[in-house]
Design a protein around this ligand. Sequence first.
Ligand SMILES: O=C(O)CCC(=O)C(=O)O
Ligand SMILES: [Fe+2]
Length: 397
Amino acid sequence: FPLLVDPTPASVVRRLDDAFSTLVSDDYFFEKSADCTSSAKGSSAKVPLFGSSALVSFRRATPDSFLLTVSGCTAEQFGWICVKFYEERRKFKGLNHSGLRRATAEHFNSLPPHPGYDAHAPWSVTDADPSMTSSETDLASEASAALVRSLFPDSVLEELSEEGFVVIDDAFSTSPAAANSLTEHLTEAAKRTNQSVSIRTDRVAFLSRSDARSCGLQSEYDMLMAVAPFLNDNVLWTVEKSSHAPVSPGTAARPLTNPRNIQVAEYGEGDFYATHSDNGLDEGGGRRNYRYLTYIYYLNDGWSASDGGALRIRRRSGDFETMEAAAACCDFEDVLPVGGRLLVFDSRLAHEVRPNVNGRGKIRRALTLWATRPEESGARGEVWDEGTEGEDKDEID
Ligand SMILES: O=C(O)CCC(=O)C(=O)O
Ligand SMILES: [Fe+2]
């Protein structure tokens, strides 16, 4: 689909070419290789996730238009590549993205969400951070598997299954300097989400393992990634009658899959997130996505009740259609976001982040990962509202 640009000063063309090169060299989704050309006319890259033939190229078609071409992949993979570019669209300021936007919306309206990545046992750092040596990644993989084993004795697994959530204190000790370094990352990468400020006011970014490493948070990243492999091996998974056929790479025996990136969120003074479910019911009675368990690791040294910012979780609130009904019916527990605390809960449960009211400008920070369970979620595609107001306001310079 064509991406139009008008007018086309040489500097804009260069900037767009550079944006494409930077995107494909920085993102695990793409891979530059010998047969991927980069010339005055444009450049291309492979998409190893979708096999050896998937290719994306970004070329100047006419003096005032660019063409993004995707080849060698299935229709579903094409949809995922469109989503990827759409997520990165702000790097291509000045282009008309309506074709890309339409393809992304079509994808979301007709296909299920991304199933996630295989949750190896033990969690293998090598795949996530190929720039490290194999002895470094072996050590990190073993350390995170051992840590998670120690954090999830049977009593914790039982509590999680009975209550739908469990709080694990002193899971890890993170230096305040590492936590503070996230702010710099958030300034660069971060965004307010597309959700309205009446629902949430935090800022989020997604960190790859090398991003996490650059903030000194690689062990925290590994710990979060190692939970799904541990649970896959240590929980007796029951396949319910309603289950869908397994969606690769999830299987009936090893149902949890991992995303590649962890979310970091910052709540400044007054910031909050209203009652929501990370995987609520949609209009058709299915689930909105594949999320099955939410884990949140808090980075806030010396946080106390008077600072606010508790995560208020509603017991047994997974099957309510509206959050108002869940909040009215279900009693809650307030979990303070104290440093080193790991909270694990059923992603269906209603919860909210109470306002940060510490009064001293202290930022509340958390790392979040959602373990996904494709075959059991019942999700069939997210509802994508093409008319989302204000979505693209900042696209044109
Ligand atoms: O930071 C927290 O405690 C929870 C954040 C949350 O609910 C979310 O990001 O979905
Ligand atoms: Fe949430």
